[in-house]
Design a protein around this ligand. Structure first.
Ligand code: PAF
Length: 293
């Protein structure tokens, strides 16, 4: 039975000393991508906690916050089916008590890309994730690679603020046609949904070219952009090759470099990313401090 708890105190009542706790932070509206994180957490921990909190601080547009799906009952059932033991669904005041006056800003890694088009969004995510990690104090927290810039920011913040536990990252889960799973996909009309896998096809073509020896980030980005633009309905926001820790654009592709893309189709903004060339041993050493994959 999966229990819903509302406060850190209630949460504490379900913990057993010595039992490893895995946290999967979500805003609800769970899909297969979240369930893969929960399954992984269930494999690696004695107690799995899924937080469901629609975080007002990370929405730029109040209308978006208003219409964000709130489906706690279904989420609880889905999370239970994937191995969750507890749902943590705090009230807004439990996260942001009256008089709350603090915000977390992670510099540099949040400046570009999503940071440019969604001012304040990453500060809202950083603030809520640091509160959740401090309230729950998990042994491991699970995040998907789908939101790659968010992940890079959380890794940075986790180290900088010495937040508890390890950050575990999990690969993007995709639909059979390659579209990355996202709660936004439900908002795609049928024509837009049919065209949407072009994003992943473009990233795949870039990866193939990089695998075949192309090292120019510019040439790879042009290759990808031509493919995305072929699907006339897409408005391309950015398609870039970046360094995976700082998210700075690079000129030459090296192991670990990421291709990242954001584009709007049918009024829905989609993001995706892939690693262009597999990381070798060196890169794993770079990431070995405090988190693992
Ligand atoms: O990725 C999300 O669903 C949210 O940004 C997160 C990490 C749960 C914080 O609200």
């Amino acid at each position: 039975m999966t229990t819903v708890v509302r406060t850190p105190l209630e949460l504490a009542g379900h913990r057993t000393p010595g039992q490893p706790v895995g946290l999967v932070p979500t805003m609800g509206a769970l899909h297969e991508g979240h369930l893969s994180l929960i399954r992984r957490a269930a494999d690696e921990n004695g107690l799995v906690l899924v937080s469901v909190f629609v975080n007002p601080a990370q929405f730029n547009d109040p209308a978006d916050l208003e219409r964000y799906p709130r489906t706690l009952e279904t989420d609880t059932e889905l999370a239970a089916s994937a191995g969750a033991d507890l749902i943590y669904a705090p009230a807004v005041e439990t996260i942001y008590p009256p008089g709350f006056a603090t915000g977390v800003h992670v510099a540099h890694v949040t400046d570009l890309w999503e940071g440019e088009s969604r001012p304040g969004h990453f500060d809202g995510v950083a603030t809520v994730v640091s509160i959740l990690l401090n309230q729950v104090r998990p042994d491991r927290s699970y995040f998907g690679e789908k939101d790659f810039q968010q992940l890079a920011m959380i890794r940075r913040m986790h180290r900088d603020l010495a937040l508890p536990g390890e950050i575990v990252t999990c690969p993007t889960v995709r639909e059979p046609d390659g579209l990355a799973m996202s709660s936004r996909n439900a908002r795609l009309g049928s024509e837009a949904r049919a065209a949407a896998p072009v994003l992943y096809e473009a990233l795949g073509a870039m990866r193939e070219a990089a695998g075949a020896g192309e090292r120019s980030a510019l040439k790879l980005a042009i290759l990808g952009a031509v493919l995305v633009r072929r699907a006339a309905q897409f408005e391309l926001d950015y398609l870039q090759v970046v360094e995976p820790v700082t998210l700075d654009p690079v000129e030459a592709v090296v192991p670990g470099s990421r291709a990242i893309v954001a584009a709007t189709i049918g009024g829905v903004r989609l993001i995706d990313n892939v690693e262009l060339i597999d990381r070798g041993h060196e890169f794993h050493v770079e990431y070995a401090h405090g988190d693992h994959r």
